[in-house]
Design a protein around this ligand. Sequence first.
Ligand code: ADP
Ligand code: MG
Length: 339
Amino acid sequence: MAEIRVLDKHTSELIAAGEVVERPASVAKELLENAIDAGATKITISIRRGGIELLQIVDNGTGIEAEYIDKAFIRHATSKIKTAEDLNSIHTLGFRGEALASIASVARVEVLTRTQADEYACLYRIAGGEEQGMEPGARPVGTTITVRDLFYNTPARMKFLKKDASEGTFVADVVLHTALSHPEISFRFEREGKLQFVTPGDGKLLSAVHAAVGRDFARDLLPVEGELGVYQVTGLVTPPRACRASRGAQYFYVNGRYVKNRTMMAAMENAYKGTLMQGKFPGGVLMLTMPAELVDVNVHPAKTEIRFAREGDVFDAVYRAVRNALTTPGSGECRFSMD
Ligand code: ADP
Ligand code: MG
């Protein structure tokens, strides 16, 4: 019989990291969520070589106090919950305290951060899970996290990555999805040295769509607003005449989280029945707000698939809200205007 051994800390750390960090896009998602949790109103994200060589996030959030920086990189270290009871009332995107520890174990990470109470910023370095030291630095209140050479110490993971351009596109998707769900935050995205978009952060979904998806798409969108029982649906959808040849511009959110979901997609598309040409698809952004207990919570939060307890109700709520938007008299007049 084979001997059973407990894995050494380094190996088990790498395995745990693999659950959280699959590719540059997962790093982007975690770090963007941290910046949002820190109350940032301005977030810049830049990537080089698809985020593999460099992925940097600059935020103007609360910052991390110097004495807690090294703690932030310990697995299961979080400032967001204290007890098991807190698990029932989570109001932040993160709470597992796993992201920074995971990222730092498979990359070279630099954190430059300053809180309101600090006179100086603090620069902290960690690579492959090994602390590299801390020194004073300078920056306004907020945090800059720079992640370099992702998977430099895990060649097997590195091999599994796609071409730089594809990884960059996965990151771009994450930034776009995040920017659309937080119109109150100004997001700036730079890819391979080129500015991709800046959202104004004025709180309007239409402004975020206009900046991040594009002017043509935003021009004729119809507002969606509906309620059915415990379900609320808001958002923007394309008028039938502006529908497109692919499903590329359909964005669905449940309780603020970007999701991929067949029920919402089918409900939206059904609402256009009889108005669309063969082979055309509607686009839009739909935000579903509903009781958390009616969504399957046993799905990993890093994944975008979810399951509803009552699919039929979700279908009806989305279908009706979109149908309403399409048939409301005068809805064709909803044009985008910069004010
Ligand atoms: P979690 O988000 O689940 O708490 P993370 O590993 O992502 O775990 O982060 C650990 C801790 O580091 C957070 O709880 C938070 O206190 C701090 N932190 C991380 N990123 C930032 C940031 N951009 N601004 C302020 N604090 C941060
Ligand atoms: Mg986090």
